[in-house]
Design a protein around this ligand. Structure first.
Ligand SMILES: [Zn+2]
Length: 410
């Protein structure tokens, strides 16, 4: 089993410093490259699925969370408010209230629904157990979040589409869910009291899960305070589960914020809010990816996708040309120069890099490279442009395989 904290430091991805504080990780350039690739994948998948992106501030007035219900149901997990000019300002514990307010800022016709609003935004949790060096329990969280404002009739389709986005993302990321959980309320005052709404939203999610033919387990005491949810659980090497992805149905916040749309009948109707996250927080997603792949990320996600290895100093100019070409093509490449040791030692040092391009005198003379793949396969010398075009096509399509036998996708 890989410990993401140790690997994160060893691979130069992320770390924490006591001076910044526990549970407040920073990202090194290689970690930031992984995170950018992940965020770009998500935003692109969301755009294709009809989501529009917004930005909203990580702070809000205390009143906003009193209306949403966070203040009365969730304040144990929130940082204390800051007094600023006679107002109380709070670091947000979730993005939902901001999105509800953005929805409310304009009037909406039923023709605009389902209205899918997405943001990869910051939120904060007053974790007392912030594990130094880790990404799993952090105080500063960047959530891949979205809220779908829709009619009751549209909820099931939207939840199904969200589960399909999750399935595709896991395929691209090379990860597998441990199980699906239908998270229901438990005893105690943590949840908003409205039995009718809980029954309706639970029935909708149950219908979606049963219709998908996916195995799931209903667990009490794991719902959000405002509604039940489908949680996609992943497990670490020790079998400890955590929630990565989620789909939630919420009748509560639309009512609290007085949201409405104008129906075909010209009257005001209340929309339902579907909350969904495809990869959860980028912190937890990267922690899981590091543990799952031991640093050997899928090529599209790898901090360094190609390493160029000139056999001797004589091939350095050709290697530099390849590096510049990679940069033009948007590929992340580095050179492992001869002064860093024998070719074998440099190949071993680059063992996590998906593509190793070796140039000897013969390859340099005819514009080719010998290619070694991370999985140990070797490919006969090919023209440089052919190799780069194929790598670009495979990584651009977020494909899991390193090379394959099929023709280069265009
Ligand atoms: Zn939400």
């Amino acid at each position: 089993m890989h410990d993401h904290r140790r690997l994160g430091r060893d691979l130069g991805l992320f770390d924490t410093d006591p001076l910044i504080g526990a549970g407040l990780p920073y990202w090194q350039p290689d970690g930031a490259a992984v995170r950018h690739a992940l965020e770009e994948y998500i935003r692109d998948a969301e755009r294709r699925a009809g989501y529009r992106h917004v930005y909203s501030p990580v702070l809000g007035k205390r009143e906003l969370y009193e209306i949403s219900g966070h203040w009365s149901h969730y304040s144990d997990d929130m940082f204390p408010p800051m007094d600023v000019g006679g107002e109380q300002i709070v670091l947000r514990p979730s993005l939902c209230p901001h999105h509800a307010v953005i929805y409310r800022s304009r009037s909406h016709s039923y023709r605009e629904l389902p209205l899918r609003m997405a943001e990869l935004g910051g939120m904060y949790r007053a974790e007392l157990s912030g594990v130094l060096g880790g990404l799993n329990r952090v105080r500063s969280i960047h959530l891949n979040d979205a809220h779908i404002f829709c009619t009751l009739d549209q909820v099931a389709d939207e939840a199904r589409a969200a589960l399909e986005m999750i399935r595709r993302a896991y395929e691209a990321l090379g990860i597998r869910p441990a199980r699906l959980r239908l998270s229901l309320p438990g005893p105690g005052g943590k949840y908003v009291a409205d039995p009718g709404k809980w029954r309706r939203s639970t029935a909708l999610l149950t219908e979606v899960l049963d219709g998908c033919g996916l195995a799931y387990e209903a667990v009490e005491g794991e719902a959000a305070f405002y509604g039940p949810k489908i949680d996609v659980q992943v497990a670490d090497g020790a079998g400890r589960e955590s929630t990565l992805s989620t789909v939630q149905v919420d009748f509560h916040q639309p009512e609290r914020f007085g949201l409405h749309y104008i129906g075909a009948d010209g009257a005001k109707h209340r929309p339902v809010m579907v909350h969904r996250s495809v990869i959860g927080s980028v912190e937890r997603a990267v922690a899981h990816l590091v543990e799952e792949h031991g640093g050997a990320f899928p090529a599209w996600l790898a901090p360094t996708q190609l390493v160029v290895l000139p056999v001797s100093e004589a091939q350095r100019p050709e290697a530099e040309v390849i590096l510049r070409r990679c940069a033009e093509l948007g590929l992340r490449a580095e050179m492992a120069c001869p002064e860093h040791g024998s070719l074998g030692a440099r190949v071993r040092a680059a063992r996590l890099v998906p593509y190793q391009l070796v140039i000897g005198a013969k390859e340099a003379a005819d514009g080719r490279v010998a290619l070694r793949l991370r999985d140990g396969r070797r490919v006969d010398a090919l023209p440089v442009e052919e190799v780069l075009a194929r790598v670009r096509a495979l990584t651009g399509a977020h494909r899991a395989e390193l090379w394959g036998r099929e023709p280069v996708p265009s």
